[in-house]
Design a protein around this ligand. Structure first.
Ligand code: MN
Length: 386
């Protein structure tokens, strides 16, 4: 039973590869209370590149001289393509040019809310600012991905107007942004399909997780033909965060058979580096990187897992370079206890099993779970008492 995927899950149908671009160093850093030093940024970028991430949004060049130094250093020391964010402003575009960015993520807000309350600009003014900025960036020799901000709350007619203009201006990619994470999979399917059929350009998705739908939306986008996906390690980012690197890589690979070029066995290491530098603990129940994902404590589950791990595991622990743990505790039964003792080479009578089980349950109730060392100590004591 060491196949990576349960035979009962969907089998991969087609070989397809999509781009994952990591924005831990930009959108991730916008999480309240987080600021990375240059050294920390480099360490994170190198861990990402080592895991197979081929595009890294290394920062927001216009922010500061220090930000630009970090971006340049990341560009010099990794093989990943370096992306940089830019508003539709000359100074932002020039900062990207200074950093020799491989792909400028040029954006402007388009929804009625943002037009009225943030930009205080008309549709015509926004269209003109975007057109001028794309032209300026292209004249500086930069490759441009053009995104609308708050795409998912923008009128479709205006989206066509602005993406149509961007595609005529020679951008390399167009981006959909679910700025406040309020789209559902149906909406993302519609938007991706619309852009894919209207423009002959790769489409990228930048998804937030306010309704907890970022990964479901990404899968819907993947199915609709999206080409590139913005992610952050552990899903960090503003408010409730972004599409998580781990969740997207695993869902694309094991639910769709789509490759990202990222090695799942390196995901834990990347998460640990980010967890250290953000001081954000990895939750025990966090998908793919949490301590509990291959841990079984319930007696019924544990005994089934010993027979066939896929009964209670969607993929093998080896995929993520992890190990399965079967914990004894108050939910344990005779079956799993017997199996555990056999693994330790202990033959034990039925009478002893009953006594050991009683002690395991009471220790489990007191302490949460019973480690192997503790179990062996219990067995020894039970035997001595006889
Ligand atoms: Mn964002």
């Amino acid at each position: 039973m060491d196949a990576a995927l349960s035979p009962y899950n969907r089998t991969p149908e087609r070989k397809r590869e999509v781009i994952v671009y990591d924005t831990t160093l930009r959108d991730g850093e916008q999480m309240p209370g987080i600021a990375f030093t240059t050294e920390q940024k480099l360490e994170i970028a190198h861990a990402l590149a080592d895991a197979g991430v081929r595009e890294i949004e290394a920062g927001y060049p216009a922010v500061s001289e220090e930000e630009r130094i970090a971006i340049k250093e990341i560009k010099h020391t990794t093989s990943a393509k370096i992306l940089g964010l830019s508003r539709c402003r000359k100074e932002d575009i020039e900062a990207c040019a200074e950093c020799n960015i491989d792909l400028v993520l040029l954006f402007i807000a388009t929804s009625e809310l943002h037009r009225r309350w943030k930009l205080k600009m008309t549709k015509g003014e926004i269209l003109e600012a975007a057109r001028k900025s794309i032209e300026y960036a292209r004249n500086l020799g930069l490759n441009v991905c053009f995104s609308t901000e708050d795409t998912t709350r923008t009128e479709i007619d205006f989206l066509h107007e602005i993406y149509g203009m961007a595609s005529e201006q020679g951008v390399r990619r167009i981006g959909i942004t679910d700025t406040v994470g309020c789209a559902d999979p149906g909406a993302i399917t519609f938007l991706v399909r619309t852009l894919k059929t209207s423009y002959n350009l790769p489409v990228s998705l930048h998804l937030h997780n306010d309704f907890g739908l970022a990964c479901a939306n990404a899968l819907a986008g993947l199915d609709a033909g999206a080409d590139a996906f913005a992610v952050t390690v552990m899903g960090i980012g503003e408010r409730t965060g972004n599409l998580s690197l781990e969740q997207f890589v695993m869902a694309a690979k094991y639910m769709r058979g789509v490759e990202t070029g990222i090695d799942p066995s390196k995901l834990q290491k990347v998460a640990e580096v980010v967890s250290t530098h953000t001081k954000l603990p990895i939750n025990k129940n966090q998908p793919w990187i949490g301590e509990n994902i291959f841990t079984h404590a319930s007696g019924i589950h544990a005994i089934a897992v010993l027979e066939n791990p896929f009964t209670y595991e969607p993929v093998s622990p080896s995929v993520l370079a992890k190990e399965r743990r079967i914990l004894l505790g108050k939910h344990s039964g005779r079956g799993v206890l017997r199996a555990k003792l056999q693994r330790h080479g202990l033959q034990i009578s039925e009478e002893e099993i009953e006594k050991v089980l009683l002690e395991v349950k009471s220790a489990g109730t007191r302490e949460g779970y019973v480690s192997d060392e503790k179990l062996l100590a219990i067995v020894e004591r039970v035997r001595k008492d006889q």
